[in-house]
Design a protein around this ligand. Sequence first.
Ligand SMILES: Nc1nc2c(ncn2[C@@H]2O[C@H](COP(=O)(O)OP(=O)(O)O)[C@@H](O)[C@H]2O)c(=O)[nH]1
Ligand SMILES: [Mg+2]
Length: 322
Amino acid sequence: MSAESQSLVERARGGDPRALARVITAVENRAPQSAQLLRALFPHSGHARIIGLTGAPGAGKSTLVDQLAREYRKQQRTVGIIAVDPTSPFSGGAILGDRIRMQAHHADPGIYIRSMATRGSLGGLAGTTADVATVLDASGRDLVLIETVGVGQDEVDIVRLADVTVVILVPGMGDDVQTIKAGIMEIADIFVINKSDREGAERVEREIRAMQSLAMRRDNWSPPIIKTVATEGTGTVELAKAIAEYETYLAKNGLLLEKRARHWHDRLLEMLRDALLRRVVREQLGEAEITRYAAEVAEHKRDPYSLVEEIVASLGKNDVRH
Ligand SMILES: Nc1nc2c(ncn2[C@@H]2O[C@H](COP(=O)(O)OP(=O)(O)O)[C@@H](O)[C@H]2O)c(=O)[nH]1
Ligand SMILES: [Mg+2]
């Protein structure tokens, strides 16, 4: 590793925000030095609790994450926040809001906030988010909070990397719970009904309970329901407590490692797939060849099954494109 990368790693480990920003940007862009940076940082990660918070746009995730971060700071714990908002790339209001939040915490080195809006990032958004979480973890953060919009598969994958997943619902969204994707219901370790100052919080609670009575969890945990008013900070202490209780539950039953191993099982397959694909592209075929092959298959001049097999079989045999 270059002396420059070495020094960057050292400073990032010490929590230097500028070094962190540079490492994270490298990771996001899958820059050439990102692999060695991650290799150097990974051994120092694994100590942070990763908390995923997901919910519909406007549910109050950012406001709640902010309150939760304040609560953790009161407990003298350091916090990293990753705000993933794939729905509003670049100019979106959410990102602007996140900027303002960042400024609010600017004076406190115990909070580091990073927004990510990189839809279609190389290696997948979930993979990139996991790597960014590893960087913050290695920088000595006690907690890494990941805020994400709970809609697509990418976002479900993101929260799967969390040790604890909080699903945020709000009253007054029609037949809320029924319209929420089953996948999101399944991943909730804790439910939050935010905007409980509004009418209908009780009804959302009843609906969650009804769905819970049907669901079986493999870890036998029964997810608590916490009512919050994020704008006023109401319920934040209870939420932090619920998260701590689930952490204890995970630790006592040896479930934390199991959960992380499941995550790594998926991540390893994904990383392998990426690495193999990169190698195929590097060694064998660029965009032009893929386009040509695609045309040939479409015209039935070639069958795709043999084609893929041939490409894979010749990996490592010729480094020259044909
Ligand atoms: N009435 C009410 N408004 C809230 C509450 N929490 C957040 N909001 C507001 O809802 C809007 C969306 O909040 P935001 O945190 O940006 O939502 P996100 O898109 O899920 O991150 C903002 O105008 C907040 O001030 C709450 O508990 N009650
Ligand atoms: Mg937000």
